[in-house]
Ligand binder design. Sequence first.
Ligand SMILES: Nc1ncnc2c1ncn2[C@@H]1O[C@H](COP(=O)(O)OP(=O)(O)OP(=O)(O)O)[C@@H](O)[C@H]1O
Ligand SMILES: [Mg+2]
Length: 310
Amino acid sequence: MNIVETHELTKIYATRLKKGNVVALDRVTLHVEQGEVFGLLGPNGAGKTTMVKTLLSITTISSGEALINGLSPSNPTSREKVGFLPESHRFPSHLTGMELLHFAGRLSGMSTVQISQRTDMLLKLVGMEKWGGMKLRKYSKGMSQRIGLAQALVAGPDIVFLDEPTDGIDPVGKMEIRQVLKRLRSEGKTIFLNSHLLSEVEAVADRVAILLRGRVVRTGTIEELTVKDSQYEIEADIGNKTIDIPEEMGRRISLTSKGMTVALNNSEDINSIIDKLRMQRISIRSVKPLKQTLEQSFFEAVSDSTEPEA
Ligand SMILES: Nc1ncnc2c1ncn2[C@@H]1O[C@H](COP(=O)(O)OP(=O)(O)OP(=O)(O)O)[C@@H](O)[C@H]1O
Ligand SMILES: [Mg+2]
């Protein structure tokens, strides 16, 4: 089941600047399945925060459609089981961490008793059990992000929207937040993660969409986005035999006595290549699709979409 769905979602900010209106989201169609970690990636200004704001009715939709739990964001019931960690948040600094959790819980309609039953567990989950009694104004950036994550979880949401959750957090802290996200996922929560940190999203997300100037330019599982188009590494005892690859099938990128790398026009042709090798009685040890990092895939998507339109 899809917990978030958008169809041709568009957001245009009216500005008084000379450059006129800003198209922050341009016909975005995507979905988030229940129980998955969905990463929305994109450079600064791509529209990630705007996306979350439209889904949570913090800003209006210009055109198109959005649904959360099957309901329009304009219906407050759509947010009953939703947690949110905003980007660059400023929680009231006179509160302690514990008081913030109570404040957030009360806003979600929880009783003081219900909140108290969860605070110890939440502080522990985000590694803040020692700091719950300290005022937020004394918190470091990393501590603020952790308590922000805890307040997003206070009402036991089904889906949490996290806008740059590791902003300002050191590498160890980042890894700890990643563990928290993995644990939430194992509990069946859905996570909508906005980030420009590719390696971080790669480590935790099931599926991603790449947003660029308000448009989705690529979407898929991490696996789909990191497999290089129809390129294969074949480990085989080729020795000094010659293997010709017909031009219409693709090309060979490298060849050694121990194997070769091929780029095919159609990934199904890998079977014909294997047949060719076997016909020459060459023993094949492995055939692996070539991988690239999410970062490489991201830059490819960015450069593809900046090519002049025909
Ligand atoms: N309230 C607003 N009024 C006018 N323009 C806005 C407003 N909020 C955002 N924008 C513009 O909309 C575009 C998308 O901004 P948004 O904050 O959604 O990007 P982002 O992907 O979250 O960027 P970042 O990685 O820096 O957080 C930008 O061009 C931004 O200047
Ligand atoms: Mg943002």
